[in-house]
Design a protein around this ligand. Structure first.
Ligand code: ADP
Ligand code: MG
Length: 729
């Protein structure tokens, strides 16, 4: 083992679990301690201000200047009482991370000293110097200014010593430059459209909320090992590394016992999350070694998404406390599972009814079927767009890779629901369905009660699965901002519900009964959207062929997948729901292509550097040891004998030469491919060139480096190997 490698492996393997500061109180006492929630608002705001704020939040109305000033004053007092010195507008630029610029509360007091102040103006709106955030040309064309504005539906919180105020981020001319603005627009749109349809069944419904429960997968790596891998540090994934002889074959990691170092990290993380009002609940080992998952109780989508973004930050910080690095990359290690972020999604009314949960009465069930079928229709019409909403340079490694969602969007319903849909489509009566009788399974174990079979069985190969009372969008990447998927999905469903409502109303206007009108429309939708429904194995080659025949989007090149945002149907849908204008869509696609190119570019540079400056020199060194050996053998033994003895060494020398030659020529080709791609004007063409010409070189280079790893003396191999990176003691 090289000296450095030995040192870091030794350090990592001998590390013990870190101490965790466990609060003496139970979670219910410290939960939300760092959040300016309604209880704190009540405590810190004058009664009329509290009332105005709560009303504004509930009715999605703007605040008056006086109320804003009063809120700012109370919020500042609370923040200072809890150790904050700074405040920041916390927003979500198109970088898949969050941004913040801290300002201290201090202002001149006019007597040579300072006072701590915070005004409504500063709370509600700011003008961050935003020219360095991705904007796809919007701010070049119009005005260089960007504005952040308080999203009152997501509570302010204290992180570190800073009061963080969740905000939207828009340009001078009103275009969104972030994820939150279009997400809020999509949520408003689905609220309006779904409420109108839900009122067929309950005229009292006033609002429909969208819910999100994300499941965050991640890897942990010891910090010493991490710092000895420049590829991990700079790109978030290993660009080389031969498979470990043992990885996940024995299926012993999933739900396995959690190593004590990891458990300490998880506990610390959960305590921090609970203080910040993030309702994390579930933790377990995932399939791959060193892979784990964390999931909260689901929440309203905008809040859930803020919480997920905050979680990713907290994870990073807490991991460092425990001498780990958390890897959120979708594919940090080749040959083992990658990480995703399943988005469990549902809609529910303000009367507490979950619209994707089969009900107790036939009437409830007509409502359930109505919403199910409309979701299927929306996903059918926009399957290409939904795939685009989860596509990225990093998630590309996971999609269609036979261990994660296929690169074709389809819906799994399970046999129960499939049967019902079929029954509706083929029957010509308006009888309502009674689905309340679920089958019980008796286990014949007296101590364990009868299990109710879930209305769905589980199909892990489906990218969009119905799981009992919600849909699970599984194609979302682990590092992604969930908003991207949630914007496309909620907006698409809003559009479909609008169309549905119009069609049903037209029938009723012609004298049909509501029930008949609903069932007729559902029947025709079920037939039209058959193509999206697939309960089989999404990883199989037959499905790829079948999906093509069905007319589903089968594109696998990420830069081309992004085109779906600019298709006629997407532009119309986003326009009709008020989520994006065409200008915004075009600008955002420029950003997507640019990001894709940059990510691949960075990886290609790091790989080229490691190949030429780390791997080739070490391989050459070992090769010359072998050559030296051959010469010595030749000097000592008679010619025939020498040839026999040195034979295997000579073979190795030759093979190594072959690998090294390919690596050098491929690095050269890769550099040339980059140069010619960089000369392209169009961001789209550039991204396609990187995808088509640079990525394949990287794969070849890696293949040959991994071969060399198996040949070169372990003593001098410079980078920690997979078997060292992947098994936390
Ligand atoms: P599994 O891994 O079996 O899918 P988990 O318990 O890990 O399940 O995660 C399920 C996630 O789905 C949790 O975040 C949970 O709160 C969320 N969830 C449950 N019901 C709903 C619902 N109706 N809408 C949205 N999310 C939901
Ligand atoms: Mg799940």
């Amino acid at each position: 083992m090289s000296k450095l490698r030995f040192k870091v492996v030794d350090e990592a393997f001998n590390r013990k679990a870190d101490h965790v500061e466990i609060p003496s109180e139970r979670p219910e006492k410290y939960y939300g301690k760092q959040v300016f929630n309604r209880q704190k608002m009540f405590e810190y705001l004058p009664a009329d201000t509290y009332q105005s704020l709560v009303t504004a939040i509930d009715n999605k109305e703007p605040l008056s200047r006086e109320v804003a000033d009063s809120v700012a004053e109370g919020m500042k007092r609370w923040a200072i009482d809890n150790g904050a010195r700074h405040y920041t507008h916390w927003f979500q630029p198109l970088t898949e991370s969050t941004a913040e610029k801290h300002d201290a509360f201090v202002e001149h007091d006019g007597k040579g000293g300072v006072v701590e102040k915070f005004t409504g103006k500063l709370l509600v709106q700011q003008e961050p110097d935003a020219s360095s955030f991705p904007n796809g040309g919007i701010r070049n064309t119009f005005e260089a200014r960007g504005y952040s504005a308080w999203d009152i539906s997501s509570p302010a919180f204290i992180w570190g010593n800073t009061l963080c105020i969740p905000t939207v981020f828009i340009s001078y001319t009103g275009e969104s430059l972030d994820y939150k603005t279009p997400l809020l627009r999509a949520l408003n749109s689905v609220d309006r459209a779904a409420t109108a349809v839900a009122q067929y069944f309950d005229p009292e419904v006033k609002h429909v909320k969208s819910f999100l429960g994300w499941e965050q997968e991640y890897f942990l790596v010891d910090e010493a090992l991490y710092s000895a891998r420049p590829d991990l540090m700079l790109t978030g994934r290993t660009l080389m590394g031969h498979e470990s002889a043992k990885n996940q074959q024995l299926e012993d990691h999933y739900f396995g016992a959690i190593p004590s170092r990891v458990e300490a990290f998880m506990l610390d993380l959960e305590i921090e999350c609970h203080k910040l009002g993030i309702p994390v609940k579930t933790r377990h080992n995932e399939v791959a070694p060193n892979q784990f998952e964390l999931a909260p109780i689901f929440e309203e989508t905008n809040l859930a998404n803020d919480h997920n973004l905050l979680l990713m930050k907290i994870m990073d910080e807490v991991a460092r406390r425990h001498h780990f690095r958390v890897l959120l990359h979708e594919k940090p290690f080749a040959g083992i599972n990658g990480s995703g972020k399943h988005n469990n999604w549902s809609l529910g009314t303000d009367k507490g009814v979950l619209l994707f949960a089969p009900g107790k009465t036939p009437k409830d069930n007509l409502q359930f079927i109505t919403f199910m079928v409309n979701v299927m229709a929306a996903v059918h019409r926009h399957n290409g767009l939904l795939k685009a909403s989860i596509a990225s340079a990093t998630n590309a490694h996971r999609l269609g890779a036979n261990e994660a969602p296929p690169a074709i969007i389809s819906i799994f319903t399970g046999s129960f629901l499939a049967g019902i849909l079929n029954q509706i489509a083929t029957s010509d009566t308006d009888e309502l369905l009674d689905m309340s009788e679920k089958d019980g399974v008796s286990l014949n174990l007296s101590q364990i009660p009868e299990l109710m079979i879930d209305n769905t069985d589980r199909n892990r190969t489906s990218p969009f699965a119905f799981t009992g009372n919600r849909f699970e969008f599984r194609a979302v990447g682990s590092s992604a901002n969930c908003a991207s998927a949630m914007i496309a999905l909620n907006a698409a469903v809003a559009e479909q519900l609008d169309l549905f409502r119009k069609a049903v109303d037209a029938r009723v206007a012609k004298g049909e009964t509501l029930r008949h009108a609903l069932l007729e429309e559902l029947r025709s939708l079920i037939k039209q959207t058959e193509a999206i429904h697939f309960d089989g194995n999404g990883y199989s080659d037959e499905w790829k062929e079948e999906a093509k025949r069905r007319g589903l989007d089968c594109e696998t090149s990420v830069p081309k997948i992004f085109d779906a945002y600019l298709s006629k149907s997407s532009v119309e849908m986003f326009k009709s729901t008020g989520v994006f204008t065409e200008v915004e869509l075009e600008a955002r696609n420029e950003v997507k292509w640019e990001m894709y190119t940059k990510k691949v570019q960075i990886e290609a540079r790091v790989l080229g550097d490691l190949a030429l400056n780390h791997i080739i020199p070490v391989a050459t060194r070992y090769q010359s040891v072998l050559l030296d050996n051959v010469y010595k053998i030749k000097g000592l033994f008679p010619e025939l004998k020498a040839a026999e003895i040195a034979g295997t060494d000579l073979l190795t020398i030759e093979k190594m030469s072959d690998h090294m030659r390919v690596i050098k020529t491929e690095v050269h080709r890769m550099v040339e491919a980059r140069k010619s791609a960089n000369r392209l004007e169009s961001e789209r063409e550039k991204a396609i060139a990187y995808h088509d010409n640079v990525v394949p070189c990287m794969e070849v280079i890696r293949y040959h480096i991994d071969k060399l790893e198996l040949m070169v003396d372990d003593e001098i191999w410079p980078l920690p190997k997979y078997r060292e990176l992947l098994f936390i003691r």
